[in-house]
Write a protein that binds this ligand. Sequence first.
Ligand code: OOG
Ligand code: MG
Length: 254
Amino acid sequence: MKQEIDDLVGLLDGAASNATSIEQLSATSKFGLAQAYAMQKMLIDKRLARGEELSGLKLGFTSKAKMQQMGVHELIWGRLTNAMVVVNNGELDFSKYIHPRAEPEIAFRLSKDLADMNISKPLECISGVAVAIEIIDSRYKNFKFKLEDVVADNCSSAAYVLGEWKEPETSVQNLAITMKQNNDVVQMGNSDAILGNPVESLLTGLRLAKEYRVPLKNGMVILAGAATPAVYFEQGDRIVVTAENLGQVQLSSY
Ligand code: OOG
Ligand code: MG
């Protein structure tokens, strides 16, 4: 079993490194959700051993729109690393991904280490809020997976871009969000699609980090989950996400 799990994690790691999709692991191996989270940790530990650094945590399937698009109806979470960061207005090397999709996100920046936080006072736990773009790139063929598959695959995490940080007091409730692909508006949504209020996502992320001992530190980021379905984009495309109160964030691909 241990060898099999190591091999499955190796398959996911190889798929991400070589930008080559693989069959769903659940098609041929039986493993549960707890095992999937353990595999996710093993997968990220490989990246950390290669010199990447943990940069935060992301939530997934925090909106009905995303659940419906992907057919998974449970909240999931994954780990972010510094290798996933693309600067605002920066460029993404399309050849490094399998079939990337973009989605609009809200990001929180932590103001202290998790160990020093009082989660009942969320405003004190953050030093900023920002609009963000997340690039997801399932390592599975046709971007199709079951819950355990996507969790083991670190929730399809591939890259993220953060807009300018705004004051922590900036309201993230009931914000209109739009995503443009080149000159077309491809998604419109509202921040309240994220668990009724993105702050709920922040709190959920902090609770999960405590439960699973994810060593979140001052300055790290929590991505709240997309408010709208994700969109495929092509090499050369430009993605722009705008959120009321938070401004704009942009990414091009080459
Ligand atoms: C899983 C990741 C979901 C979100 O914001 O809901 C996610 C996927 O859709 O491939 O990042
Ligand atoms: Mg996301």
